[in-house]
Design a protein around this ligand. Structure first.
Ligand SMILES: [Zn+2]
Length: 378
């Protein structure tokens, strides 16, 4: 018996029973060689598609044999040295293979109908979309995306670091048989990582259930709250829609002070930029200097990062520009890092480095993003 959509299998609520783990290799332009396309439009041309299919059925999790196809590039036909060093290919290797559209069609046919697309990080997704557009194909993928790199950090390491596939393979003690950086091999390793993550979640679920049956509360069972997970793991919270790129922006009223502007704006209802529904607070608003940050979640569209940029008008009244942007789960780390700064240094933020200029006056050196943020007098 195979699982149906939304079915709970041994502790995980699966949005689909099929996961396509995709890995692409692409060549990059060489700056001094003129190409027929603007590199901004096509930052990389796909030369290899690799994938494996993970099936989560009632009898367990299985991985397919890898799908693998080589593509003959039409723009970047000379191997970029930096790429060559990583993926171990030379220019003559680029003379063989299918056209992009034939290769993509055979990949889509192999995928089947109902699946979640998975990748290690999200760079493959944006390259895939630029290649589809370049070849006059629709860039709408129509499937949810699962970033296995983020899932690995959160579940296996309980952190936020972006790790390499090889790091995760070592961490999870997955046997290494092949070299990395070949599309189908990286896809296969990523598939094994995802399988191992599912097994960790399942084991955790069983442990929690065991404790509950024995009448022990998780807190008293010697497990730290950090490692404690729910009986049913909702994988949906790690998915995002790769076809949605939505942001809303509005301006607040004028207020006499930063504090008043924040106090009022922080308590307003947050609405999803994609569907307008009220969102649940994930990480409440906090202010660092002249910016405030938050994370909210829409039931349908998942994570949204909120930001308020505080400004002053010529009459010295304070107002803010409030933006809500749909983000991928891996991007939440930017806000979480800000929150760590806020927890340590408060609204003043991390002290800025003091730079001594030739005129003897000490001047504050703004850090990072704040550097280009000015108070507009409009
Ligand atoms: Zn929504």
């Amino acid at each position: 018996m195979s699982a149906t959509k939304g079915e709970e299998l041994r502790g995980i609520l699966h949005p689909s029973d099929t996961y396509i783990i995709l890995d692409l290799e692409w060549n990059q332009p060489i700056p001094w060689i003129k190409s027929k396309v603007d590199p901004k439009e096509l930052p990389g041309e796909i030369i290899e598609i690799g994938a494996v299919k993970l099936t989560a059925g009632a009898t367990g999790i299985s991985l397919s044999r890898p799908f693998h196809v080589l593509i003959r590039p039409v723009c970047y036909t000379i191997m970029n040295k930096n790429v060559s060093r990583v993926i171990n290919k030379i220019s003559s290797d680029l003379r063989h293979g299918l056209s992009f559209t034939d290769a993509y069609d055979s990949f889509i046919q192999w995928c089947g109908q109902d699946f979640v697309i998975c990748g290690w990080g999200n760079s493959d997704l944006s390259i895939l979309k630029t290649n589809l557009r370049f070849h006059d194909r629709s860039a709408i993928l129509g499937k949810p995306f699962l970033d296995v790199q983020t899932l690995f950090s959160k579940v296996a390491e309980e952190g936020n670091d972006k790790r390499s596939v090889e790091y995760a393979v070592d961490f999870l003690r997955i046997p290494k048989q092949d070299d990395f950086h070949e599309a189908h091999r990286d896809a296969d390793y990523t598939g094994r990582i995802l399988k191992a993550i599912f097994e960790i979640i399942e084991k955790d679920g069983e442990r929690t259930a065991g404790r509950r049956n024995s009448g022990m509360e998780p807190e008293t069972a010697g497990i730290s709250p950090k490692t404690k997970r729910c009986d049913i793991f909702r994988l949906e919270q790690y998915l995002f829609d790769p076809d949605l790129n939505v942001q809303s922006e509005r301006r607040t009223d004028y207020f006499p002070s930063w504090e008043e502007c924040c106090r009022r704006t922080f308590t307003e209802e947050a609405l999803c930029p994609a569907c307008g529904s009220p969102m649940k607070e994930e990480l409440g608003w906090f202010r660092i200097r002249k910016s405030a940050f938050s994370l909210f979640r829409c039931d349908r569209h998942n994570l949204t990062a909120g930001r308020i940029r505080l400004k002053k008008n010529p009459e010295k009244k304070i107002y803010g520009t409030v933006t809500f942007k749909l983000i991928q789960p891996g991007e939440a780390v930017l806000t979480e890092d800000r929150y760590a700064e806020y927890s340590e240094f408060g609204a003043e933020g991390k002290p800025r480095a003091v730079v001594n200029h030739a005129d003897g006056k000490a001047q504050e050196d703004e850090i990072g993003e704040e550097k280009c943020e000015t108070i507009h007098s409009d």
